[in-house]
Design a protein around this ligand. Sequence first.
Ligand code: F6R
Length: 608
Amino acid sequence: MCGIVGIVGNREVAPLLVDALKRLEYRGYDSAGVATVRDGKLDRRRAEGKLANLDRRLGEEPLAGHVGIGHTRWATHGAPTEANAHPHFCDGVAVVHNGIIENFAPLRTALIADGAVFHSQTDTEVVAQLLAACRKQGMAPREAMQQTLSRLEGAYALAVLFDDQPDMILGARSGPPLAVGHGQGEMFLGSDAIALAPFTDEITYLEDGDWVVITHDHHEIYDHSGQRVERKSQISQGAAYVVDKGNHRHFMEKEIYEQSEVVSHTLSHYIDFAEGRVKFDSAQIDFANLDRLAMSACGTAFYAGLIGKYWFERFARLPVEIDVASEFRYREIPLAGRMAALFISQSGETADTLASLRYCRDNGLTIGAVVNVRESTIARESDAVFPTLAGPEIGVASTKAFTCQLSVLAALALIAGRARGTLSDEDERRCVQALVEVPRLFNEILAAIQPQIETLSRELARFKDVLYLGRGTSFPLALEGALKLKEISYIHAEGYAAGELKHGPIALIDETMPVIVIAPHDRHFEKTVSNMQEVAARGGQIILVTDEKGAAATTLETMATIVLPVLDEIVAPILFALPVQLIAYHTAVFMGTDVDQPRNLAKSVTVE
Ligand code: F6R
């Protein structure tokens, strides 16, 4: 959840470290720091809050040195104060850390008993203390690292600097990712390839349990037992992307507007536009011979999976077992018979999703992954990778990754339907034709609904609570709408299956609780209208998100009716995601919240 970077350079590294941290800020942004080694001395600058504060601090008090490490933090242990900000120092050792040291409490107690004095509340500081203790006992850096790692439990990525090693950084990975970047006479470490993109595109990913020594022109990787190992380097795509907002106010806005293009890229990976059919050879999973598909993910990716479940069951008659990954991994689901598993993740690093994947792999299932970062751990540990071609998603609230995930899941459900003989050629062609039109429709719908939603959001911003309702594939969209609104505007919002309304939430309905109903004119429409009647009868205000047919078919008075074109059922959830995203975005902008980096959140959740 934090971002780490290290540079053994041949120029001043503090500005370079900050540049890399800017590209990692999506991982955490409640404090930041950098440290360098120079003339046998460690020095650091740290600051609470956003990276801009550290940048300012460095402007006032520059930090010299050609070798350094940096960190942007998402607090787990201890408040986001300067004292808890990384790098942590102890007797000539500097450490930055991403993840959680689970046994930090007994380690800390033991170190204190041996006379150690701690200066922060973090779990990270035990690593610095352990390394320093090893050095005091006369161990060389490599030996100290090996010894220290053997005492750590949990998930972590580390970068370490020593005051007596002016040309060396050590790194380690157990869980969260860590990449080595190969430059010209310079070497780098980073949480991901995007952080290192300004410096190099040649990347070597450490595997779980690996640790590494980097110098100006050299790297050595060791596995958990201390054996020297070779890991292949690769050319990363991270460098190909320019990470800026263009002429948009926020990354989130830019990413909403990019959806036409990235969904088009993604679909072209799975669909033969000329033939009007799905690309059968992109299946990689033997759908024809499955009895069941297990699916798991977190947050927005989970909601994409929930929509996928409807599609797999409808078009491929394939039963889907789906749960949020934090529950899935501990449920001890019997995974027997002809089953495969599919995991969905933008980052490809989400700890719970990865643990669920490993649970399924240990039970012998074929593993598929719908991922946005192709070099990620989830991608690398899967048998079949189904990429979303969304490009880097920087806004913490997921938008374009979600619609790309939906595009992949829709195509896979059609591929599965074809493999299992449950989808006629005619239906396949109809669905593919509908998918082909999605990129154009994204632009048209955006232009049509954006001004209305901007105005509506001003009204919505007055409320403290909002309810979202939907049936069928609009139910997970209702969940996604509520998640999006709460995470960036901080308005309390809940999503419900419309049929659940009278089983409890109806008690909340009054004029202070607007109800956003997502209801294309599909086979559920009439039933959802009945639920809207129930809301209206209790003084609730309705915002109806529907299509032209739905708008014509309802006479109910609404606070607003947002009208999309009539869409095929397979593309409706992809395009109905747009009003859902825009409502959250404009409400948050109007309220003046930090849209791209909402409080308490982080983009990549590499801890449980
Ligand atoms: C919400 C959001 C999160 C992520 C979730 C999973 O807007 O972005 O709910 O969807 O943390 O992340 P990934 O997809 O990286 O596994």
